[in-house]
Design a protein around this ligand. Sequence first.
Ligand code: GCU
Length: 343
Amino acid sequence: MLQSILKERDLPALLSRPEMLEILQREEYGYLPEKPEAISWKVQNDCIPSFCAGKVTAQRVELTVTLRGKDFTFPFIAVIPRGDGPYPFFIHINFRPDVPDRYMPTEEITDNGFAVLSFCYNDVTTDNGDFTNGLAGLLYPDGQRGPTDPGKIALWAWAAQRVLDYAEQEPRLDMTRAMVCGHSRLGKTALFCGATDERFFLAHSNNSGCSGAAVTREKVGERVEQITRNFPYWFCENYKKYIGKEAEMPFDQHYIIASIAPRYTYVASALEDQWADAASEMLACVAASPAYEAHGLRGLVCEDRLPVAGDEYHGGSIGYHLRPGLHYFGREDWNRLMRFVKE
Ligand code: GCU
């Protein structure tokens, strides 16, 4: 059944990872900036005293990157279980700087044996069309972008990769188990981040929908037209070419998941999130699976039907669940994700 639905959607065939990343960057997200010339940090220990009854350490880190001769600083908070580790860890690209946060049940995460490093995307560069502030200001001093220059999603993803640079020298973090996660626009960001940086062991997209985990062709809810009208600055200028011309796109969103292979991907959908379109999110996982099979792995291992609430597929290298409820990144999503990682 799923293969016949996919046949109707007529998605472009998978290509090699470098080819898919090239197309995604040129046509959709813009090219990821180069690595910074320098990176340094200032650490404030015990920034949330007694946090989690002393079971963790919480540090506030101010990360400074030098790019194209200019400096830019943004903060993140690292919460690490007490002990030597090394602990598997999430880099959570969040909407708010708060720890804990309604999208980040920190104590539950660390009680499960994970560390979590989180930052607020607006502290990297604002979620609007202003390309003169924060990281964007280093690249676009006059605020003007060319057709393939990175949009905000690529810039937030780049920042998460810099948090990973920091993690590399923290012995309590297990670099073989580095994961990136985010919700909605930041789920799109987490996928792009994981796809473009092979140091990540897993990328998690929570309810990311259009231009994230969901295939675009025949998608319901949000489409290229709405997303590029409301949020043109998330993408490169080229993406607008495909308004109403989705069938002509030389790519679809299964490319972003296939670019994470052979590393793990986790896609979480919500039943009442029709704007994101759970069926199209699951179909992207199915369509990306041959990229895993090419490595001798299984992609999504699932029933041969569209998802129903309560489905959870943890048998392959692509994990998936569809939970009841609204567009949200909550405990249930985190718990299912953490179970997938532990299994
Ligand atoms: C809007 C947008 C979505 C996005 C969401 C979010 O609904 O249309 O594409 O995922 O915001 O980030 O919350």
